[in-house]
Design a protein around this ligand. Structure first.
Ligand SMILES: C[S@@+](CC[C@H](N)C(=O)[O-])C[C@H]1O[C@@H](n2cnc3c(N)ncnc32)[C@H](O)[C@@H]1O
Length: 292
């Protein structure tokens, strides 16, 4: 990698030059925010807690430079910064990632907001079920918000459940969270006060056209929602009357243009849609429903 290769310069390279070189390379690779990512990766390589703390005139040691090169090469291949760093912040909490887990998205915080709004004037939920828990980001955020609650996280991937369990322990929720490897709620009796899910909802034929950061690095099982993206909601809707207490709440994330059809599926299974919440870009992103 010309310009980044450690050891080819008579004088140690400076932070500023390393960032400029990496920015050029990442831009050429089609990365959307090349300078920001270069700074984040250099801070990570140097063990600096925030890119703002990088001193542009500081020389890079050979080992920092080698670590940086390694990270830039991975980002050039369009691996997301969060996967290179191995962690992602969600709802102010830090989650470890693994190849079996989806990289949690800021949009999914809309589900947490929708749940908090649903319980604004009623007793908080005590028993929570998270279907397709992945990194466990949704369940941990809810356990953080509802200190008396316990939760069950379900995923079909053993490795995702291992990461979910690790995150619950790291964040101090190990004694309030349990985990099951299962096909959705097939192994679960309930009832729960709150059922949440961010399911796979991308129509299968659209996956290949997603950004490489998603299509090549998020697990296929976390994305693939079947032919029209709605497979999960068809499975979940008839199960909800069994899974929910009579005053229970279901809150699920949805994809583009899915609000109407998911609402119809809920309605035809004895639930009523209480609210549809938009994400920061104004796209309907979370549906909250209650038993009718
Ligand atoms: C979109 S990801 C959501 C992960 C996490 N909850 C989040 O919001 O970042 C969907 C999750 O559902 C899991 N999943 C897919 N099919 C499943 C099934 N049949 N039963 C249980 N979990 C499943 C995937 O492994 C993945 O972890």
């Amino acid at each position: 990698m010309p310009g980044l290769d450690p050891g080819i310069h008579a004088e140690p390279r400076k932070v500023h030059d390393a960032i400029c070189d990496a920015t050029k390379r990442l831009r050429a690779a089609g990365v959307e925010s090349p300078r920001r990512d270069a700074r984040l990766l250099l801070a990570e390589a140097m063990g600096v807690s925030h890119p703002a703390l990088l001193d542009p005139s500081c020389p890079l040691s050979d080992s920092d430079s080698a670590r940086f090169v390694d990270k830039v090469v991975r980002r050039e291949a369009r691996e997301p910064v969060s996967r290179i760093r191995g962690t992602r912040e969600f709802w102010g909490l830090d989650f470890a990632l693994s190849p079996a887990t989806l990289d949690p998205r800021p949009d999914t915080e809309t589900v947490i907001e929708a749940v908090l709004a649903a319980y604004a004037s009623s007793a908080p939920p005590l028993r929570i079920l998270d279907l397709g828990t992945g990194s466990n980001c949704i369940l941990c955020a809810l356990l953080h918000e509802f200190p008396a609650a316990t939760g069950v996280g379900i995923d079909i991937e053993h490795d995702a459940i291992a990461t979910a369990r690790l995150n619950a322990a790291r964040l101090g929720f190990a004694d309030r969270a349990s985990f099951v490897v299962a096909d959705w709620a097939s192994a679960i009796a309930g009832p729960f006060d709150l059922v949440v899910s961010n399911p796979p909802y991308i129509p299968r034929t659209e996956i290949a056209s997603l950004a490489p950061e998603v299509a090549a690095f998020d697990p296929r099982r976390a994305l693939d929602g079947g032919d029209d993206g709605l497979d999960f909601y068809r499975r979940l809707s008839p199960a909800l009357p069994r899974l929910l207490t009579p005053t229970g709440v279901a809150a699920v994330e949805i994809g583009l243009r899915q609000a109407e059809e998911v609402g119809r599926l809920f309605s035809s299974n004895g639930l009523e849609v209480a609210s549809v919440r938009a994400d920061l870009s104004g796209t309907p992103r979370a549906i909250v429903a209650r038993m009718r």
